[in-house]
Design a binder for this molecule. Structure first.
Ligand code: TAP
Length: 500
């Protein structure tokens, strides 16, 4: 029974998971959930690593009640006190980054080194929002009558429900958690069903950091039940959602009360490589941003438009670079380039988009199948794949694949490239490789995206707003703008009579 053997190995390698198994975090305590148990898989081996508790409606109510109760005190703590708590949380997370990374790799698949990098970025987010907490200012607004003064103040919204996907199980929880805590909000988090343990491990750090009971709560279970119950809960004041555009739209349409929503949704991100580009740099950028985390990232490069003068050179080099990437079990090989995909679902979609492209005339340049060998037999592995000579009749160019597949097509003039890049309902991130200043300016103005990265492939940084347009969402994370999503304005118009 090799499966059982594997299962033991997985469990032994990760005590953290058995400690958190079946737990919910409500009102400052870990409690065994009362609902059904749902299995969680290691995507590299196909073995079951544990079971989460599907939170019941009573547990949803208890978590929201705990957050509501904690809000009255937490919202009134001094910003410096909240900042200190966030700094402590960041330090504790950084100090335990490797153990937390192993938990993440076991449930999500990304190699341990990459998972550790994500944990450290979460720690960075804690410190960033800690500092921002002390810099939330109001305004004094000129009045049109003497003797009046108008103050515009910022007050925390209240109880936040955070609903998050599985591709970045620490950062996407953490951005919402840190912004909520900095603003003085309290939070109930519903992580993705397939990556619950990283979120529960973050809750352990909240306890160690001395964050008061009820300020942070974690509920596990299915999005359609537990997530939906939070969306519909009358005591939830804001929903902070990251996930697919389809579920984001459903949340917007099914929310029965007026409440604040921020929606960070899907992408279908283009890269444009012009005639003036540094082709080697463009190939490095495309390789990183198409295949990192197996392409399971909302800002992954899905489609690349290359000027015809450098097209063949670019395609050949990208194929070589993709073939050079290692795909391995990320627990056993912490430094692998790619691990398995997180589950069978995105793997099936990748295979489907590839078949669609090939059937419509695309040329396979690299990858196209799972790696061969016994070590890959039970996991969700796929080689990084490049298809060339693509058109917009193909799904790879028009839909989000969310897998290690990228399509490439040639263009002749810049306006054609901009039109192709903008030919999508999405507007999250776009990429440009060009050295000619006029080309750079034309493209940065013409691309209808919330983020444009030029001669690099890292559009997100903590200091700048990060968000999409069109079907990619509403609202921002990161930067001052990300924090202000967690505040209401209050206008206080005071008649003092002086000078009247
Ligand atoms: P989804 O299927 O949309 O799931 C996201 C979260 O929503 C999960 O926790 C899910 O729970 C929950 N959910 C599902 N149905 C729900 C409902 N009716 N009410 C409330 N919550 C519900 O996305 P995914 O497959 O996990 O993630 C991939 C998608 O996320 C991609 O489209 C990607 O582009 C997008 N994404 C966007 C960003 C940004 S910043 N824009 C970042 C990362 C990912 P279950 O897990 O239990 O289904």
């Amino acid at each position: 029974m090799p499966k059982v053997k594997n299962q033991m190995a997985d469990t032994n390698s990760n005590e953290g998971i058995s400690r958190l198994d079946g737990q919910l975090f409500i009102g400052g305590s870990f409690v065994p959930g009362e609902g059904l148990r749902l299995p969680v898989e290691n995507p590299a081996t196909g073995t079951i690593i544990g079971h989460i508790a599907a939170a019941t409606q009573a547990e949803v109510n208890a978590a929201v009640f705990a957050a509501r109760k904690a809000f009255s005190a937490w919202s009134r703590t001094m910003p410096r006190t909240r900042a200190d708590a966030l700094h402590r949380l960041g330090n504790l997370i950084a100090a335990d980054a490797l153990n937390m990374a192993v938990i993440m790799t076991t449930e999500q698949g990304k190699p341990v080194n990459e998972a550790k990098g994500e944990i450290l970025k979460l720690a960075e987010a804690c410190h960033f929002y800690a500092e921002e907490a002390t810099r939330v200012f109001g305004e004094i607004v000129p009045n049109d009558q003497p003797g009046f003064q108008s103050l515009v103040m910022r007050e925390p919204i209240g109880v936040v429900a955070a609903i998050t996907p599985w591709n970045y199980p620490a950062e996407l929880v953490g951005w919402k958690l840190c912004a909520s805590l900095a603003a003085g909000c309290t939070i109930v988090i519903k992580p993705a069903e397939i990556t619950p343990y990283t979120a529960l491990a973050i809750a352990e750090k909240c306890v160690e950091a001395g964050i008061p009971a009820g300020v942070v709560n974690i509920l596990t279970g299915k999005g359609s039940l537990v997530g939906q119950a939070l969306v519909e809960h009358p005591q939830v004041d804001k929903v902070a959602f990251t996930g697919s555009s389809a579920v984001g739209l459903h949340i917007q349409q099914s929310c029965p009360q007026v409440k604040r929503l921020s929606l960070e949704l899907g992408g279908n991100c283009p890269m444009i490589v012009t005639a003036s580009a540094d082709v080697a740099a463009a190939v490095r950028g495309a390789t990183r941003r198409s295949f990192r985390n197996c392409g399971q990232i909302c800002i992954a490069v899905n489609r690349i438009y290359v000027h015809r003068s450098v097209y063949n050179d670019f395609v050949t080099r990208l194929g070589v670079a993709a073939d050079a990437l290692s795909v391995q079990n990320g627990l056993e090989n912490p430094g692998a380039d790619l691990g398995p995909m997180a589950s069978a679902e995105p793997l099936a979609k990748t295979a489907q988009h590839l078949a669609d492209a090939l059937q419509k005339g695309a040329r396979l340049v690299a990858g196209g199948k799972a790696p061969e060998g016994q070590g890959y037999a039970n996991g969700h592995f796929f080689r990084p794949t490049v298809v060339a000579d693509c058109t917009h009749a193909m799904k790879v160019m028009t839909e989000e694949t969310f897998g290690p597949l990228v399509g490439v097509a040639p263009f002749d003039d810049l306006s054609e490239a901009v039109a192709l890049a903008n030919d999508t309902p999405y507007g999250l991130a776009s990429y440009v490789f060009a050295r000619d200043l006029v080309e750079v300016q034309t493209l940065s103005q013409g691309l209808d995206y919330g983020n444009v990265a030029i001669n690099n492939v890292d559009p997100g940084m903590m200091n700048a707003p990060y968000g999409g347009r069109k079907q990619s969402g509403i609202g921002y994370e990161h930067g001052r703008e990300g924090l202000l999503e967690y505040f209401n304005f209050k206008h206080v118009r005071l008649h003092h009579g002086v000078g009247a």
